[in-house]
Design a binder for this molecule. Structure first.
Ligand code: CU
Length: 121
């Protein structure tokens, strides 16, 4: 009797565990952006909420990926974005338009090595 109660308790716990909502775009493949010397290609990409973008540093130079405004957890430093191999992936959770840039070869205003991510619902 005690054993049966224990099994029910375990099953009840399993049934009431939190269900994690998967954003709509999470099932879509990540969109690739190449960080070459010295630009992002393609310069503008469009994704839906939940979908990610993966930057790969295919150049020989050091680069980084920065954004002027939110999301605050966005970006990678040049030390972690290794030339020829380094990758950085970010999943966008809100619809908006983000101008991002390389702080070495571009500016926060979108000049030089910069790009735009358009995130739609
Ligand atoms: Cu750069």
């Amino acid at each position: 009797m005690v054993g049966a109660f224990a099994i029910c308790a375990v099953m009840l716990t399993a049934c009431t565990s939190t269900v994690t909502q998967i954003p709509r775009g999470a099932s879509l493949p990540s969109v690739a952006v190449a960080s070459v010397d010295n630009s992002f290609e393609p310069q503008t990409v469009s994704v839906v909420v939940g979908q990610s973008v993966t930057w790969t540093n295919t150049g020989r130079n050091r680069h980084d990926v920065k954004v002027k405004k939110v999301p605050t957890d966005f970006g990678i430093d040049q030390d972690s974005f290794i030339p020829l191999t380094g990758t950085y992936t970010y999943a966008f959770s809100k619809s908006s338009s983000f101008v991002y840039y390389c702080s070495i070869h571009g500016t926060a205003k979108g000049k030089g090595m910069a790009g735009t991510i358009v995130v739609s619902k």
